[in-house]
Design a protein around this ligand. Structure first.
Ligand code: ZN
Length: 125
């Protein structure tokens, strides 16, 4: 099945242009855990060093889940997490942009001027 993307507006095109280089992307968190192995008489475990492993924690259908991550995939996953934060930031920016665009195209329909005072919390990425 072929998917055809129909571009409706220059804004949508800009949105897609921004998203494309942000691949791969994901949401979750990487954690390093140290666990003993199952080998008998393992020198690392005997020293108490155990074995470092990486876990990717994420939410699936509201449930917290974890998967082991191969060491060679760590750089890719770190980049994907960073891209995920960029995409999330972009989505937060879309609300005001869409409203501004709508108001520019429908000047008669703007609502009453309203100042909403809220503390801004920007997650550092
Ligand atoms: Zn061991």
């Amino acid at each position: 099945m072929k998917h055809k993307i129909i571009i409706h507006s220059p804004l949508q095109q800009r949105f897609l242009d921004k998203l494309l280089p942000w691949w791969p992307a994901l949401k979750g968190s990487l954690a390093e855990v140290r666990k003993p192995c199952i080998r008998p008489n393992c020198p690392a475990c005997a020293r108490g060093d155990k074995h470092p492993n990486y876990l990717l924690a994420f939410t699936e259908k509201g449930r917290r889940r974890c998967l082991y991550v191969p060491r060679s995939m760590i750089p890719v996953l770190k980049r994907a997490l960073e891209n995920g934060r960029r995409i999330e930031q972009l989505l937060y920016e879309m609300g005001p942009i869409l409203l501004r665009e709508y108001r520019a195209q429908n000047p008669a329909q703007t609502g009453p001027a309203m100042q909403v005072k809220r503390k801004k919390i920007h997650p550092k990425s």
